[in-house]
Write a protein that binds this ligand. Structure first.
Ligand SMILES: [Zn+2]
Length: 243
C-alpha cells in the first residue's frame, strides 16, 4: 500500500515535471500563452529572424539582406542596443522588423515576476528611445516562457514569436553547417532562427554572416520566398501597435 502510494506520488511528480518542462522549454507549447512558431504555409515563403544583437556582425547581415532586397526580423537585447545604437538604427532604417529579446538576456525561469517584467519593459524603453519604434514582437531568451513572462507580454501588447528551424549557430558551427542545418529542415511557413550577436559577449558571428548568402541561395533554389514576419504570420495573430 505504502509502496503503491509512493509510486503514485513519484509518477505524478514526474508527470508534473515533464509538463512544466514542456510548457516552458518546448518552443511550440501553447500551454502558458499564445506563441507563434510558424507562419502561413500557403505562401511558399519563410521568415529570417536574428537574435542577441545588435553587434558589429549585424552590419554584414544587413549588407547581404540589402544586396538581395530582403526584410528580416531582429530580436534585440536592450543592453546591446545601448552599446550599438547606430547599428540598431540602421536595422530599422533598412526596413527590418525589431523585436524585444529582454534587456540583459537572463533565463526568465530563474527570475522573480517583477524582474521578468522589468527586463521586458526596460528593453521596450531602450529600443523605443534609440530607434523611435516600440516593438510589438517578443522572443524570450533561450525560448523559455513562464507565467510571469506572459503576464508582462500581455500587458505590453507583445506577440511571442519562436521558431521551427534553427541554424544552431550558437554551437560554433561552420558557415556550411549552419546553412545545412537550416536547409535540411526548412518548409513553407518556417520561421528560421539565427544569431547576429552573442549574449555572452564572447563570440563573433562571422560564420552566420558567411552562412546567410548560402541560405538565401538554397531557399531560392527551392522557390521559397523570404518575407518579413508581418507578411508570413496570419493576420489575426498580428498584434496592433501599442504606440
Ligand atoms: Zn538569445
Amino acid at each position: 500500500m505504502r509502496f503503491g502510494l509512493s509510486l503514485m506520488a513519484t509518477v505524478s511528480l514526474a508527470i508534473g515535471a515533464a509538463s512544466l518542462y514542456h510548457a516552458t522549454f518546448s518552443v511550440r507549447s501553447q500551454w502558458l500563452g499564445r506563441t507563434c512558431w510558424r507562419g502561413r504555409r500557403d505562401r511558399n515563403a519563410v521568415a529570417l529572424t536574428f537574435d542577441d544583437g545588435p553587434s558589429p556582425d549585424t552590419e554584414g547581415i544587413l549588407d547581404t539582406l540589402a544586396e538581395h532586397n530582403l526584410r528580416a526580423t531582429f530580436f534585440m537585447v536592450g543592453r546591446e542596443v545601448e552599446s550599438f545604437p547606430g547599428i540598431a538604427q540602421r536595422v530599422l532604417k533598412e526596413g527590418h522588423e525589431v523585436g524585444n529579446h529582454s534587456y540583459s538576456h537572463p533565463s526568465y525561469l530563474f527570475q522573480r515576476a517583477s524582474e521578468t517584467r522589468d527586463q521586458l519593459r526596460r528593453a521596450q524603453d531602450v529600443i523605443a528611445r534609440t530607434i523611435g519604434v516600440r516593438p510589438i514582437l517578443a522572443r524570450p531568451p533561450y525560448g523559455v516562457r513562464t507565467p510571469a513572462y506572459f503576464g508582462a507580454t500581455r500587458a505590453l501588447g507583445l506577440l511571442t514569436v519562436q521558431w521551427d528551424v534553427a541554424g544552431f549557430d550558437w554551437k560554433r558551427r561552420s558557415a556550411n553547417q549552419i546553412a545545412r542545418n537550416v536547409l535540411s529542415k526548412v518548409q513553407p511557413g518556417s520561421i528560421i532562427l539565427l544569431h547576429d550577436g552573442d549574449s555572452s559577449g564572447k563570440h563573433h558571428r562571422q560564420n552566420t554572416v558567411a552562412a546567410l548568402p548560402l541560405i538565401i541561395e538554397g531557399l531560392n533554389a527551392r522557390n521559397l520566398k523570404i518575407l518579413p514576419l508581418h507578411q508570413l504570420v496570419t493576420k489575426s495573430d498580428w498584434p496592433s501597435a501599442t504606440g
